[in-house]
Design a protein around this ligand. Structure first.
Ligand SMILES: [Zn+2]
Length: 668
């Protein structure tokens, strides 16, 4: 039988034929595609012709295209719809891919070609984009250790392969802890919980195969439970289990893994001649140095902490009025904050939900993209990897732009969080290809599915990333879409969240699922005002995580990361009723791979820019000139230019921290 992963895909828009692919196809396709990629690279390295941009840099860009296709399918399902077989394959592929990648960057004749082009760059008559691709390729080789020799080189290979293994193990342990734990709710525990939460808990119970409604460790269930449950004992139980993910002892415990990862990262940085992993990591970012990061975070920490302490005093009083003495604990904060929100803003989160159906919010995200950029979305009936997935063809002026896929519901086989990835990136070289972009979320199912305001914001956020891919207009796939510096990549996504706050958007799209009525203006106003609520808490839990991440990667790797975490938080003066948004044993951003390691700060770095960028829409939120400029200078440019230059071209200057503090209601 032929393997569909290795054939040409005669499907609409050459989407992977998911209905023909089963798990048995992955391993043989992976092995063969890896061989083909090796062959491509060998031919480039060993060709007799003198190095040229076309026969080396551009040829590298085109190499391994079959492998890219196989992996794009595999990683999509491994993240969004995993099973035991896929997890096993992921453990096998990880080290093989790391080995292949070191093989490419460790290929001496190939590196010599890249190096000679780099040295001759001023004489090659390259376009700006070509020059950028050459710089990035050369830098990638050097940072991967291409210039290393002998023992150092061999050690680097070992480190990279071990790190890949550890990252995969970290994620799988986390998934196992999240899948295993649940808490059944009896009739008494269900009393006074909002309907949406009861529905979601029932749906989760059915998925677990138990009669009772359950709370699982999915953020979309735990957080509302902590917000609404009057049962302090159950809140504590749920919170402690949620907090203990990755640190439950036994086979799935992640603590020893984090220590080993940090040690290996430090060794890797030092082999390459950097003082620390943070210094190595930040070289390619817009921030450039750990000092600039710390400086930014601490400017935000002080006012956020002051606000959180003020809020804690108010919440403690409320708790005491309930007859509970003693300290406000982390499982109390969200509950009393919700009560306070009701009292001060009279905003009942549960009253909002009937207006925020998933379908309405998808329509809102599409509608805004239509007004800003002229994009149109037509449902597509194609086979995907799970019945919950939906697809749309994206067009502009009648011309095909891209395919967009949404996979919105939580399930046990999906890793937690929300993300956007391109199953195929936009490119013009070596051939013209439109992007295939997917948004994956973890919203609770329901009839119909109703979102909280945070969920709706997540949907807009991920769709903002999707737009970065959809509007990409560069030559090379490796620098298209979201292939930009880590601390720049959240600009389009966080910027897009601002349109959810534009009153006319919700007036148009937030309609009651039963009556079809628009959200009452009063509720809308309250919701928008309340969006700034509890920002002390949210900023503190975020900055604490970002500072711990940075502390882990500066200087010597800690022997015991948990001790380092505690010391860092103590030194900062962490408020006792708030915990890190992601504690070390389940800090997947930092330990599942090294994408966000010493990079968790970047959400805030981007927020500095998104507040400032939204202010560029001076003629109103649908300012045509600003939308055009945003597309021209940022959304279409991918990583084809340095981010500081892109931002400056769009806005004429770089932003400061003031806009962010104002946006979070933390300005003095
Ligand atoms: Zn994001």
């Amino acid at each position: 039988m032929s393997n569909p992963l290795l054939s040409d895909w005669a499907t609409p828009f050459e989407i992977a034929p998911f209905d023909l692919i089963d798990d048995a196809h992955f391993a043989p396709a992976f092995d063969e595609a890896l061989q083909m990629a090796r062959q491509d690279v060998r031919e480039i390295a060993e060709q007799p012709e003198k190095p040229s941009f076309a026969n080396t840099i551009e040829a590298l860009e085109a190499s391994g295209d079959r492998l890219d296709k196989v992996l794009s399918v595999f990683f999509t399902v491994a993240g969004a719809d995993s099973n035991a077989e896929r997890q096993k394959l992921q453990r096998e592929f990880g080290p093989k891919l790391a080995a292949y990648s070191s093989e490419v960057t460790g290929n001496k004749s190939l590196f010599q070609r890249v190096q000679s082009l780099w040295e001759a760059r001023d004489t090659l008559d390259l376009t700006d984009e070509e020059a950028r691709l050459l710089m990035l390729t050369h830098r990638r080789f050097v940072r991967a250790g291409a210039a290393l020799e002998g023992q150092a080189e061999a050690r680097m290979r070992e480190i990279m392969s071990r790190l890949a293994e550890l990252g995969t193990q970290f994620s799988q342990n986390l998934l196992a802890d999240e899948a295993e734990w649940f808490m059944e709710l009896d009739e008494q525990a269900l009393e006074n919980l909002p309907d949406f939460l009861v529905d979601a808990a029932r749906s989760a119970g059915r998925e677990k195969g138990v009669e009772a409604p359950v709370i699982t460790l999915s953020r979309s269930l735990v957080v509302p439970f902590l917000q609404f449950s009057e049962r302090r004992d159950l809140r504590e139980r749920a919170f402690r289990a949620w907090e203990a993910r990755g640190a439950m002892g036994g086979e799935t415990d992640n603590r020893a893994i984090t220590a080993e990862i940090l040690r290996l990262r430090q060794e890797r940085a030092q082999l390459l001649g950097y003082e620390s992993f943070a210094a190595y990591k930040l070289e390619t970012e817009m921030a450039k140095t750990p000092e600039r990061v710390r400086d930014l975070l601490m400017q935000v920490w002080e006012p956020a902490c002051a606000q959180a302490e003020k809020d804690a005093a108010i919440l403690t009083e409320m708790m005491q009025a309930d007859g509970i003495n003693g300290e406000l604990r982390p499982w109390d904060w969200r509950y009393y904050a919700e009560k306070r929100r009701l009292a001060e803003h009279d905003l009942d989160e549960a009253a909002l939900k009937p207006y925020l159906t998933l379908d309405n919010m998808i329509a809102a995200a599409f509608g805004v993209a239509n007004r800003l950029f002229g994009l149109e979305f037509q449902p597509l009936d194609i086979a995907l990897y799970h019945p919950d997935c939906r697809a749309w063809e994206v067009t502009r002026n009648g011309r095909h732009v891209a395919v967009f896929i949404g996979d919105y519901f939580a399930r046990a086989s999906k890793r937690s969080g929300a993300w956007c990835s391109a199953m195929r990136g936009q490119a013009k070289q070596p051939k013209v290809q439109g992007p295939v972009v997917i948004n994956v979320c973890n919203f609770a199912k329901g009839e119909p599915a109703l979102l909280g305001y945070d969920d709706a914001r997540t949907l807009f956020h991920e769709f903002g990333h999707a737009l970065h891919h959809l509007l990409s207009d560069v030559n090379y796939e490796s620098i298209s879409g979201t292939s930009v510096a880590r601390d720049f990549v959240e600009l389009p996504s966080q910027l897009y969240e601002h349109w959810l706050e534009v009153p006319e958007v919700l007036e148009t799209y937030a309609r009651h699922y039963r009556t079809g009525e628009a959200m009452p203006r009063e509720l809308l106003d309250k919701m928008l005002k309340a969006a700034n609520f509890d920002q002390g808490f949210q900023t503190v839990e975020y900055v604490a995580s970002a500072m711990v991440d940075l502390a882990f990667h500066e200087g010597d790797a800690p022997d015991d990361p948990m001790t380092k975490q505690r010391e860092t938080l103590e030194k900062m003066g962490m408020p006792s009723a708030i915990t890190m948004r992601h504690a070390t044993p389940h800090f997947a951003h930092v330990f599942s791979g090294d994408g966000y390691s010493s990079g968790y700060y970047s959400y805030m770095w981007s927020e500095v820019m998104d507040a400032d960028a939204f202010a560029a829409f001076e003629a109103g939120p649908f300012d045509e000139d600003a939308a055009k400029s945003l597309e021209t200078h940022i959304l279409s440019r991918g990583g084809s230019e340095d981010p500081e230059a892109l931002y400056t071209a769009f806005r004429g200057r770089l932003p400061g921290v003031e806009a962010l503090l104002k946006g979070r209601g933390l300005a003095a």
